[in-house]
Write a new protein. Structure first.
Length: 128
């Protein structure tokens, strides 16, 4: 199995930090320590802490929707129904995710967020 990239390690570490720390305690140093990476790698790969937090939130939602689509497909016996349901949930959660990020005053890189959401939609609907 291939080793995750530094970018992937940072996303995974940020998701773990989301699970155990309040947002104001998720610092560049905390994420870097969790990932076993140099703090400068966050700036190199994402540009800022806030951009990393945004990317990790999108990544976490993406992973959850893929799992949900699989579960819904296995419950219904129809993978297409699972993907359709996940696509509908994606549309609902998209607005909630953006609002939450704005409420927390995260700097959202619109192009990256839209690219991540497009990737999630493609994955959830079986197009990617």
């Amino acid at each position: 199995m291939a080793q995750p990239s530094n970018r992937g390690k940072l996303l995974d570490a940020t998701l773990r930090c989301f699970d155990r720390l309040p947002l104001d305690r998720i610092t560049v140093r905390a994420i870097a320590a969790e990932a076993g990476a140099n703090p400068a790698s966050i700036i190199y790969h994402f540009g800022s802490r806030d951009a990393l937090l945004s990317a990790a939130a999108v990544e976490g939602l993406d992973r959850w929707l893929v799992e949900l689509a699989s579960e819904l497909g296995s419950i219904s016996g129809d993978d297409t129904a699972g993907a359709d349901a996940a696509g509908l949930l994606l549309a609902m959660f998209h607005g909630m995710l953006v609002q939450t990020m704005l409420d927390d005053r995260l700097a959202i890189d619109g192009a990256r967020l839209e690219a991540g959401l497009a990737r999630m939609t493609a994955t959830a609907t079986g197009g990617g």
